[in-house]
Each structure stands twice: as structure tokens, then as C-alpha cells.
Design a protein around this ligand. Structure first.
Ligand code: HEM
Length: 150
């Protein structure tokens, strides 16, 4: 195989393209702001966020817009590390993730056309799965592996 046949990453402009042309920064702002308004009003999730964020909602919302811009528009705006930020949250329970996702799905479906909502929801579900695994998976409680070597 010559060098020119080796599959390479698409050109920079392609790699940074939004996953869907309708996913604009303005749409991300609407979804993020509406979603966190709902989270704050939620009797279970609201207090978890208020304890960490208190009076600093503006920078949190900006950070979350950057996060979704990176996830869905490939802009690289978000430079943070979600995993350690969530590992610190000792008041979160596993079923809180289903609650979070329920509010997120509702918001995405209200703000976006169905195909765009599906992209938001798919990425949120996958990331929620990784965060929740990192926070709650306990190898000591998991069943024995299929591959016991016996
Ligand atoms: C039960 C579900 C969740 C709860 C209770 C929760 C709570 C929080 C809280 C309290 C913070 C602020 C942490 C701090 O500033 O110290 C935070 C940050 C953040 N969350 Fe979540 N979260 C949840 C699920 C998710 C999911 C599913 C995503 C992604 C799809 C996500 C993405 C983020 C990001 C990107 C940050 C900013 C981290 C940073 O850069 O500091 N969260 N979350």
C-alpha cells in the first residue's frame, strides 16, 4: 500500500463540521438554558446543582454550551474534564441519571426537529452511561467473569 492509499482523517474542515446543519450555537444555547432551568426546578436534581453551583450559573451555562458545541459541532471549545467533576459529587444516586436524561429528552424534543433531537439525546445517553459507570460500577459486586481461565 502506498502512502496515498492509507486512509487518513478527513480534512480539518470536514472534521470540524456540525453533525447536522441545523445544529447552530443559537440552538445549543436554547437547549442548554431551557434544560438547566428545568434541572434547577427539579426537586431532586435542583439541590444537587445548587450545592455546587450556587450563584455561579452564568459560567456553568457557558461551559455547558461549549461542551455541547464540542460534542455536536466539533468545535473543540470545551477544554474541561467531566469525569473528575462528577466523581466529586457524593450526593448523586444511580437513578438520578434517568431523571437527568428524562428532562434532557423532553427539552431536546421541544426545541429541536426530531432528527436533531435524536442526535442530542444519543450523545447525552452515551455520556451519561460512561459517567454513571465510572461513578457506580463496583467490580466486587459484579458477577464472575465468563473467562475464569478454568
Ligand atoms: C445525575 C446526572 C448528573 C448530575 C447530578 C450532574 C451534576 C453536575 C454538577 C453539579 C456539575 C458542576 C460540577 C462543578 O462545577 O463542580 C456538573 C458539571 C458538568 N456536567 Fe454534569 N451532571 C449529571 C449528568 C451529566 C451528563 C449526562 C452530562 C453530559 C451529557 C454532564 C456534563 C457535565 C459537564 C460537561 C460538566 C462541566 C464539567 C467541568 O468542566 O467542570 N453531566 N454536572
Amino acid at each position: 500500500m502506498t502512502d496515498s492509499e492509507i486512509p487518513v482523517a478527513p480534512a480539518r474542515s470536514d472534521r470540524r463540521a456540525p453533525l447536522h446543519p441545523d445544529i447552530t450555537e443559537a440552538l445549543i444555547q436554547r437547549v442548554v438554558h431551557r434544560f438547566y432551568a428545568r434541572v434547577r426546578a427539579d426537586e431532586r436534581l435542583g439541590p444537587i446543582f445548587e450545592r455546587r453551583i450556587g450563584d455561579h450559573w452564568a459560567p456553568h451555562l457557558d461551559r455547558m454550551c461549549d461542551f455541547w458545541s464540542s460534542v455536536l459541532r466539533m468545535t473543540g471549545r470545551y477544554k474541561g474534564r467531566p469525569m473528575p467533576a462528577h466523581m466529586k459529587l457524593k450526593d448523586v444516586r444511580p437513578d438520578d441519571f434517568e431523571r437527568w436524561l428524562g428532562l434532557f429528552r423532553q427539552t431536546a424534543r421541544e426545541e429541536c426537529a426530531p432528527d436533531v433531537a435524536a442526535l442530542f439525546i444519543d450523545r447525552a445517553q452515551r455520556i451519561a452511561g460512561s459517567l454513571s459507570l465510572a461513578m457506580f460500577f463496583d467490580p466486587a459486586r459484579a458477577g464472575p467473569s465468563e473467562n475464569t481461565g478454568a
